[in-house]
Design a protein around this ligand. Sequence first.
Ligand code: C5P
Length: 311
Amino acid sequence: MTSALSIPTDWVRVRAPGKVNLSLRAGPPGPDGYHPVVTVYQAVSLYEDIVATLDDGITVSVTLAGGQADTVPTDESNLAVRAARLLADHAGITDGAHLHIDKRVPVAGGMAGGSADAAGTLVALDELWGTGASRDDLLELAALLGADVPFALVGHTAVGTGRGDVLTPAMAVGEFHWVFAIAAEGLSTPEVFDTLDTLRAGDDVGPPDPEPDIDLMHALRTGDPHGLGAAVHNDLQGAAVHLRPALERTIATAHDAGALGVVVSGSGPTVAALGRNRAHAQVIAASLTLAGVAERVVTATAPVPGAQLIC
Ligand code: C5P
């Protein structure tokens, strides 16, 4: 890290948020296999903590909230390792780094934890290696790594189009209080998109309306959790529930606990429930925990910034 006095150090720490899709509408897949989407992302205060240290080669180690760190690959397929290699190639860097990732965002949970790792790695290594990459450079590299990676850099609330990687900031007032019911086992994003196509077979489905939901955007602009709860929507929800029928009970439990809105996050299986305020979110969390419908239940506030250097 380069401090205000420009004293270089050999390690940096970055925090990168997970996300919830407040709305996600998807059309039929294009020739590249990707589905055109119009989605409204919100970054939530559930973070990946990444410490990057100068080292030989590029290596990664992982600790995970709730255990099971061995479910995350630490080889070349790890998205943070791929982000490090991409940045090194782009900037002509021959230095290496060790990345330690302390994960809080569920693995394969539809909350873009891997994308947060990649975005956080770009920010960390840009600083550690002094690559001098611009913000736009980092956003371009992020889009090469995955559809959700640019949003993990930008954070706050934004509309995503294209694959979800073309971002427009959205105005949101105030703080929203979320509860996340995290499943023991993740879902594969490609499998959920494939299931959506199968369930839609024979339907006349066009590309998604390029304008994000009017009611939802109004609720964000006015900081109205009731309006937001009523407007949350996810085209992938039916596919996620089809693959994981137990989610129906999780969703029903959150509704019974008085959540203002309940939606599967991204490709799932995490279920997001919106509370009226912090105390109400805790009541919903307690109901979900008592009902035994999730492996882990956490509360989080939103929106929060994208990947940020902490020290
Ligand atoms: O971009 P990312 O690697 O996160 O996407 C994982 C997979 O999810 C893609 O290979 C594709 O099968 C599916 N996907 C999609 N349409 C999107 C985003 C992802 O079909 N807009």
